[in-house]
Design a protein around this ligand. Structure first.
Ligand code: PEP
Length: 262
């Protein structure tokens, strides 16, 4: 996997004016780079306006969540059909903020993943342990459980549209606890191994695994150069076009280095 994939998760940030400005800056910055895949995931209310700005560019549109029904009496929810209608190619599911702050279970996340993939979306499925779990030596157990339960009953034909993001909860949001490149590489290997046991070695080799957890321009190269790190899911730094684009450039350089040494 040499082309890196960099995704911006804007979370519940920006006004419409800021969203417009940020999306335009990313599009302009991306017109000068090649050999990297990029997507941005604005809040629901700005998907349409950001989608208009991204049209014809090399930046794809993604959403931060969905409800696993096509339509119906689900007040306040947004369906996969609506996301596709707005031009979304990606959706983030299983994010730790939804697991821990909004109480989403592995079973519910699994339902969302299956419905999103069946609808034709590409899913960025997030997994990661808390600091308590890591300190108790339970990282592998937690990752295995999230993968086994979150990806249960997946149809094999949809696997190519699945991306996994390893996001240790303790490293998200500039907590002061950054994961080391070695810790990230080890966790990615655990994920790829489990995925291989579930879906076969070929699928595991082809799987794209992103890292997310306070990725910034200053640590992007060290993280993206690690074996098995196929890209990054960026929160805070994706709200600043210059920082986001600097991480994108780090992704391009690492992909080039990997190709030259292959
Ligand atoms: C995230 O929440 O997906 C994330 C990686 O955030 P941050 O980059 O701010 O740690």
């Amino acid at each position: 996997m040499s082309r890196k994939f960099i995704i911006g998760n804007w979370k519940m940030h920006t006004t419409s004016a800021e969203a417009r400005q940020l999306a335009k800056a990313v599009v302009v910055g991306m017109s000068r780079v090649a050999r990297v895949s990029v997507a941005i995931c604005p809040p629901f209310p700005y998907l349409a306006l950001v989608g208009e700005i991204l049209k014809g560019s090399r930046v794809a549109l993604g959403a931060q969540n969905l409800y696993p029904e096509k339509e119906g009496a689900f007040t306040g929810e947004v369906s996969p059909t609506m996301l596709l209608d707005l031009g979304c190619k990606y959706v983030i599911l299983g994010h730790s903020e939804r697991r821990h702050k909004l109480g989403e279970s592995d079973t519910f996340i699994n339902h969302k993943v299956r419905v999103a993939l069946a609808a034709g979306l590409n899913v960025i499925f997030c997994v990661g342990e808390t600091l308590v779990q890591r300190n108790a030596g339970r990282t592998k157990t937690v990752l295995d459980r999230q993968l086994v339960q979150g990806l249960a009953h997946l149809s094999a034909v949809t696997l190519t549209r699945l991306i996994i993001a390893y996001e240790p909860v303790w490293a998200i949001g500039s907590t002061g606890h950054d994961a080391t490149p070695q810790q990230v590489q080890e966790a990615h290997a655990i994920i790829r191994h489990r995925f291989g046991r579930m879906f076969g070695t070929k699928s595991a080799e082809a799987l794209s695994i992103q890292y997310g957890g306070s990725v910034k321009p200053k640590n992007a190269t060290a993280l993206l150069s690690r074996l098995g790190v196929d890209g990054a899911l960026i929160g805070g730094a994706s709200l600043h076009a210059s920082q986001f684009l600097a991480i994108v450039r780090a992704g391009i350089n690492e992909a080039q280095t990997e190709e030259e040494s292959a």
